[in-house]
Design a protein around this ligand. Structure first.
Ligand SMILES: [Cu+2]
Length: 84
């Protein structure tokens, strides 16, 4: 389970991608969004100050977690996760 708290004022989102690509190397499309290939779950429109939870049954492997509102991935809203 992911416990998610948005400490910012604006809305963000969480998308979980199963990917062997490094967290900062996902391809970017023409709409300034990262590729969502391998997406296994998401939590959208997390309002400023909101707390939410996301329950996923993840298989072992490498994942990248991103906020994919246009431009946010490029600003650093991404992190790698390895499930063993
Ligand atoms: Cu964001």
């Amino acid at each position: 389970m992911f416990g998610i708290r948005n400490h910012a004022a604006m809305a963000h989102e969480v998308r979980v991608l199963k990917s062997d690509v490094d967290a900062d190397k996902l391809p970017i499309d023409g709409a300034a969004k990262a590729s969502e290939a391998g997406k296994v779950g998401e939590l959208l429109n997390i309002g400023g100050g909101a707390s939410r939870k996301l329950v996923l049954d993840l298989t072992p492997g490498r994942y990248v977690i991103v906020c994919n509102i246009a431009g946010h991935y490029q600003l650093g809203m991404r992190v790698a996760l390895e499930v063993k």
